[in-house]
Design a protein. Structure first.
Length: 282
């Protein structure tokens, strides 16, 4: 059994950048999971007498135009952001993994069809596609997840396809074929473990991108339903009253900055640890 310091988790904790990233992510996840216990107020409770209250001991991040506590709404909004990000990234990653391996290991004509599909989907800007789907689908988290999955799975597919193509004619794969290994053994025992490194790196770096997409759709009014706590909705409220209450938009942007920094640093640290060339360089 490996000593802990030689495992992936041990190497990440020994890296200051990765340790800071995991600390930020852990704080955001715990705050979202225990939002009901941490939040000082009900996120939907309105107090018109304290509308647009500045940050104070009573309201740490002030209140919005309906007197709702901004800090409490941001905590609940973190739940929505993590739910959308984890669900959308998981679904799009699994679809991309399956299609990418089929494209890389399958026949040439199927590779061309799937590659054309990947390029076609990537050509559509996310927000434009979101606006189009919002006109056809009911407003809600399901629509946000569908938009993210449609615009994201092709990125995973292209990366996995490239990795699979580079391994398809490797000597150890050719040796397995010569020994009579079947399709399932080659794919699941040899190809899959070798493509998961870049796969997980992209997934980690895509989590803040998905959270930003959800916030952007809510900011534009095509994301979560009205009244639902969301970081994008908080940004929209702050933007509407930026001249008189700038603290709202600052509070709404702060968690987006932190989650982007945390997952980006973690993705870079994973890349350094999972890429054999970078590890030898270090």
């Amino acid at each position: 059994m490996k000593p802990f310091r030689r495992t992936l988790a041990g190497r990440l904790l020994a890296d200051p950048q990765a340790a800071i990233a995991m600390l930020i992510i852990a704080a955001l996840v715990l705050a979202a999971l225990f939002a009901d216990l941490v939040a000082p107020y009900d996120y939907s409770a309105m107090n018109l007498a304290d509308r647009f209250a500045p940050p104070s001991a009573d309201y740490w991040l002030g209140t919005d135009n309906l007197g709702r506590d901004t800090f409490s709404r941001l905590l609940q909004g973190g739940r929505i952001a993590l739910y959308v990000a984890l669900t959308a990234v998981s679904v799009s990653a699994l679809i991309g993994l399956a299609l990418g391996m089929i494209a890389g290991y399958g026949p040439r004509w199927l590779d061309n069809v799937l590659l054309f599909s990947f390029d076609t989907l990537r050509a559509y800007p996310t927000i434009i596609l979101a606006l189009a789907l919002a006109a056809l689908l009911p407003r809600g988290l399901s629509t946000v997840i569908i938009v993210v999955v449609i615009t994201s799975f092709s990125e995973y597919g292209r990366v996995v396809r490239t990795q699979t193509l580079s391994l398809k004619h490797a000597e150890f794969i050719l040796a397995e074929r010569a020994m009579g290994a079947g399709f399932g053994r080659i794919v699941f025992h040899h190809l899959l473990p070798n493509v998961l490194g870049p796969f997980f790196i992209i997934a980690a770096m895509n989590l803040p991108v998905v959270i930003t997409i959800e916030a952007g759709m809510s900011f534009l009014g095509i994301g979560v339903p009205p009244g639902t706590p969301s970081w994008g909705a908080t940004l929209k409220d702050g933007f509407d009253h930026i001249r008189t209450t700038p603290w709202i938009i600052i509070a709404g942007g702060l968690p987006l900055i932190l989650v982007t920094l945390g997952f980006t640093f973690l993705g870079e640290a994973l890349r350094d640890q999972l890429d054999p060339k970078l590890r030898r360089g270090r």
